[in-house]
Ligand binder design. Structure first.
Ligand SMILES: NC(=O)c1ccc[n+]([C@@H]2O[C@H](COP(=O)([O-])OP(=O)(O)OC[C@H]3O[C@@H](n4cnc5c(N)ncnc54)[C@H](O)[C@@H]3O)[C@@H](O)[C@H]2O)c1
Length: 348
């Protein structure tokens, strides 16, 4: 296979700013076309990135010229679109959160296995160079064992990013989004912590609430806008993940890992994306990259599209493979369960 033909379903912010943009920059990918419920959004994409407008998702998925599909639709549709595309013999890069139930996530992984096609989930934080460097340092053992961690993702909310920039966005509606900040932002940090710390999360204790966001008529949104999670790994390592859609200041997307022989600070210092403080007080600073922000006009590549394209062309495994990301979703669903029942939940 020399180059890939791509179809994109869902033509909102992530499709425009990351998927289409990064496919256009990839010499091995050509965009064949777009589909969106809102035809004008698909049309606008063709003007900027080429390709044609499809009339339905089925038409795009069954187009024999298309090798691979990006699923950039609302959360509710991830599983159905992904499974249909896999069954039609396409490789799929699906946006996070993977799907809205564990049964759906499992069906996606099974469909990928059955079809023999690649299924990647866009947990792009695993691809940040700073996170990759942090993982290498942790795995080298120079900081000893991880004892505890704090990871947080907070910003002013999806209504400032979504194609529909209003408090009526689908992100606030249970039917389309299913989850709020915990799964929208927390999945990134839960997945990152699993990636960095390694091992298995054995227990979660979580609380989430709708503290401040409202629909235009003043009624509270239907999903959580803030959450706090305590994760315990099977070796006893324990720490927190916090999420917020009500941080009206500067975005916080940082992680601190406290180890036996030092502390690692990730994306806390705007100049040095990785800082290490050793027990003797010495510090090492790494100026590696900046965390990508949704409202950053100068975004660098997320790396997800290049990873997807090379996974298919070279038929190789990647850090975004659905069969690993599904374990992060197990943690998310356990957190939702814990928050609802107000008890710790163990993952067996
Ligand atoms: N990886 C990341 O960091 C990241 C960042 C932002 C959003 N996302 C995810 O990407 C997905 C899309 O988010 P967004 O920010 O682009 O939202 P958005 O509101 O900007 O755009 C969504 C678009 O999809 C269309 N759509 C929804 N369901 C559809 C369907 N079944 N078929 C065709 N079109 C459909 C809508 O009409 C809209 O144009 C969400 O699941 C979100 O969680 C991921």
């Amino acid at each position: 296979m020399s180059g890939l033909n791509i179809g994109i379903i869902g033509c909102g912010s992530i499709a425009r700013q990351r998927h289409a943009h990064e496919y256009k920059l990839n010499p091995n990918a050509t965009i064949v076309g777009f589909y969106d419920f809102d035809r004008s959004r698909a049309e606008s994409m063709t003007l900027d990135f080429g390709g044609k407008v499809f009339d339905t998702a089925e038409e795009l998925i069954s187009d024999s010229s298309i090798d691979a599909v990006s699923v950039c639709a609302a959360n509710k549709y991830h599983a159905e679109l992904t499974i249909d595309a896999l069954n039609a013999g396409k490789h799929v890069l699906c946006e996070k959160p993977m799907a809205i139930s564990l049964i759906e996530c499992e069906a996606m992984v099974n469909a990928a296995k059955k079809s023999g096609k690649h299924l990647l989930i866009d947990q792009n934080q695993r691809l940040n160079n700073t996170h990759i460097k942090a993982k290498q340092i942790l795995e080298s053992g120079e900081l000893g064992r991880v004892i505890t961690f704090q990871s947080t993702f907070s910003h002013k909310g999806p209504e400032s990013w979504s194609a529909d920039k209003s408090a009526n966005t689908w992100f606030f509606k249970k039917d389309a989004a299913s989850f709020g900040s915990l799964a929208d932002l927390g999945i990134h940090k839960i997945d990152l912590i699993r990636y960095l710390v390694g091992g298995k999360v054995k227990e979660v204790f979580s609380a989430m609430n709708t503290l401040h966001k409202t629909f235009p008529d003043g009624t509270p949104i239907e999903v959580d806008d803030n959450s706090v999670e305590i994760l315990t790994f099977d070796d006893g390592t324990m720490g927190t993940v916090t999420t917020s859609w009500t941080n009206y200041g500067e975005e916080n997307n940082s992680t601190i890992i406290y180890c036996e022989k030092g502390t690692m600070k990730i994306y806390l210092n705007p100049k040095y994306s990785l800082e290490i403080e050793y027990l003797d007080g010495k510090k090492t600073h790494y100026e590696i990259d900046r965390m990508q922000q949704n409202d950053d006009a100068q975004q660098t590549s997320s790396g997800a599209i290049d990873t997807f394209v090379s996974a298919i062309l070279e038929d190789k495994k990647t850090p975004l493979d659905a069969d690993d990301v599904i374990d992060s979703m197990r943690v998310v669903f356990a957190c939702l369960d814990s928050s609802e029942k107000r008890v710790p939940i163990s993952l067996t």
